[in-house]
Ligand binder design. Structure first.
Ligand SMILES: Cc1ncc(C[n+]2csc(CCOP(=O)(O)OP(=O)(O)O)c2C)c(N)n1
Ligand SMILES: [Mg+2]
Length: 549
């Protein structure tokens, strides 16, 4: 009878589940797992900080709609994953994280790098467990992946003690689950009676609006939701992470009328999104207190959030949208809300040229909105755009449209800085043939700047554009503590790491610099354009916290 090692069991399990890529930093006791996994043809991207490994796995999940995988060495290596996992928890994104750990048979002896890693991981994941027996590795890995996508997705952690993975056991003792089912989705349907009630309520509305979020992307419900919006003529607004359900240049996308649409709506159909600060908890004055609320969510606990729900449908967004489409038939047609769309179209028609004008200033230092215009006009229609920072994030959100689902990722609900570079690495790993562009604040770039090295070493030609406003956020009054960082020559740093790098100070020079960067990208080199922007330019947004940075 042949023996098999725990390391081999991990690698084989990952291969059978269909994993193609993962993100990691090497170290004991995880090296055996790393070697075996990469020997199976699974691509390992070694990054420069474990935080970035988790963040890259997060982006990988968001663009592929499959769980992302990351791994860390014992002790500090694994603890470094936590910020990325916490972000995925708040962003409800599926990541599976493996941490090598000190041997079970040395627990509490002060073993090398010993710390209770499962306890560290519990509050930053939806599920965290340890494997105690080598023969159960496939079963536990299968469970970890299933947990990450079960219901509302999220990060999970699996602790791999060194003796458990380095042991060799008799092959016949291994418990093998059906790994062809690991990533299968279940689609719970909504209560048919509630579907009928929802249709009736929508029929009676005059100014209905759809609000949607990432749940629509995770449940692969974009086609259904798009059909719904086009068939019924209901305007749609998404969360910043859930963009691209309708291409944002579609005549029914009234982006510039968002606040009016929310304020005047008499009915909200809320699909696959939590009611947190992003939609102001749909409280007045952002949303009328008289608006009817229909919610579709996979999470029963979410349905009554804020106690504002008239009809709460628990179910998978794709399944429930199919039910709604079938039930609506021709009962709700595009003509019913023509006046409502007309109002929003009129606002759009006035505001869009104003927005365009604000983006066209020729000021020096360059206004961040002008930078956004240059980026918008340069990138491919199906580019994956990552934005990280504060001012540049707000300006970018307002001015650069998204045309496809899963093509826009940013700091998200957690408001986390530092995701830009690792998100770019994760997205490019998943889709090497796509243009991947990272629009970065200079402060947030610093947090994971060495991921430029990861991109260079792994020939992941991403385009990084920095809004170099000399520090953290805008500071028109020069009164923010620790705000100034100076005007760092990140372009020279990029060159030192083997990337293409340029600095730009005049608006008319941005376009040509981007074209030169494109040529470098074609040769497999990442490129960085360091654009000096106005430190005083402060984006105007809806106030969502009393303690804005
Ligand atoms: C990890 C983390 N640290 C600190 C903060 C607080 N914070 C919020 S916005 C911001 C400034 C971002 O500045 P920058 O990346 O330069 O973009 P800019 O606003 O200047 O365009 C900071 C420090 C945060 N949100 N996340
Ligand atoms: Mg800045």
């Amino acid at each position: 009878m042949a023996n098999i090692s725990g390391n081999e069991l991990v690698a084989e399990t990952l291969q059978r589940i269909g994993i193609k890529d993962f993100f990691f930093i090497m170290g004991g006791p995880i090296n055996g797992v790393l070697t075996r996994t990469m020997q199976k043809g699974i691509r390992g991207i070694d990054v420069r900080h474990e935080q970035a490994a988790a963040m890259s796995a997060h982006a990988y999940a968001r663009v592929t709609n499959k769980p992302g995988l990351c791994m860390g060495a014992s002790g500090p290596g694994t603890v470094n994953l936590t910020t990325g996992l916490a972000n995925a928890l708040i962003d409800c994104s599926p990541i599976v994280a493996f941490g090598g750990s000190s041997p079970v048979n040395e627990y509490l002896t002060g073993a090398f790098q010993e710390i209770d890693q499962v306890a560290v991981m519990k509050p930053v994941t939806k599920w965290a467990q340890r494997v105690y027996e080598t023969r159960r590795l496939p079963e536990m890995i299968d469970l970890a992946f299933r947990q990450s996508i079960a219901g509302k997705p999220g990060p999970v952690y699996l602790d791999l003690p060194s003796d458990v993975i380095n042991n060799e056991i008799d092959e016949t003792l291994v418990k093998w689950p059906d790994l062809t089912r690991t990533l299968a989705r279940n689609r719970p349907q909504g209560d048919p009676a509630l579907i009928q009630q929802a249709i009736k309520l929508i029929e009676g509305a005059r100014k209905p609006v759809v609000l949607s979020g990432s749940g629509v992307l995770w449940s692969d419900a974009v086609d259904e939701l798009r059909k719904w919006v086009l068939d019924t003529g209901m305007p749609i607004y998404t969360t910043p992470q859930g963009r691209g359900v309708l291409p944002e240049d579609h005549p029914n996308a009234f982006l510039n009328a968002r606040s009016t649409a929310l304020k005047e709506a008499d009915l909200l159909l809320i699909v696959g999104t939590r009611l947190n600060y992003v939609f102001g908890q749909i409280s007045p004055p952002r949303v009328s207190k008289d608006a009817k609320v229909i919610r579709i969510d996979i999470d029963p606990a979410e349905i009554g959030a804020g106690s504002r729900v008239d009809i709460g449908i628990v179910g998978d967004a794709k399944a429930v949208m199919q039910q709604l489409l079938a039930a609506a038939g021709s009962r709700i047609n595009g003509g019913a809300f023509a006046d409502w769309r007309g109002n929003l179209a009129a606002i759009e028609a006035t505001k869009r040229p104003e927005a365009e004008q604000a983006m066209s200033t020729a000021n020096v230092p360059i206004h961040p909105l002008r930078l956004c215009k240059e980026v918008r006009d340069f990138i491919d229609r199906d580019a994956i755009l990552v934005v990280d920072g504060q001012e540049i994030l707000n300006y970018g959100r307002q001015s650069i449209p998204t045309f496809n689902p899963r093509h826009r990722i940013n700091s998200g609900t957690f408001g986390i800085m530092g995701v830009g570079m690792p998100f770019g690495v994760g997205a490019k790993t998943a889709f090497p043939e796509k243009q991947v562009v990272v629009l970065h604040g200079d402060g947030s770039f610093g947090l994971n700047a060495m991921e430029l090295d990861t991109a260079a070493r792994h020939k992941l030609p991403i385009l990084v554009i920095i809004s170099l406003n000399g520090g953290w956020t805008a500071d028109p009054k020069h009164d923010k503590p620790g705000r100034d960082l100076g005007y760092t020559r990140f372009d020279l740093m990029a060159q030192a790491l083997g990337c293409h790098g340029e600095q730009v100070e005049k608006p008319e020079d941005i376009g040509p610099a981007l074209e030169r960067a494109k040529a470098a990208l074609k040769n497999g080199k990442p490129a960085l354009i360091n654009v000096v922007t106005d430190f005083a330019a402060r984006a105007v947004t809806i106030r969502f916290t009393k303690t804005a940075t």
